[in-house]
Design a protein. Structure first.
Length: 58
């Protein structure tokens, strides 16, 4: 049985399309502007720690 991938973006994003989306089951991220585009395999826990630490601030 193949698990279907579901995607979600932060509730803080509202209707914005300039976001990243996380997969369920975890392990992938994608650009919400290009849902058919490339997907990156990530350590989700590490990624979230980096975001919360402000490592991706402009």
């Amino acid at each position: 049985m193949i698990k279907q991938t579901h995607w979600r973006k932060s509730s803080y994003s509202g209707q914005e399309t300039h976001c990243v989306e996380l997969s369920s089951p975890p392990g992938l991220i994608r650009d919400s502007k290009d849902p058919e585009g490339p997907r990156l395999s990530v350590d989700v826990a590490g990624f979230l720690r980096a975001v919360k630490a402000g490592r991706f601030e402009r």
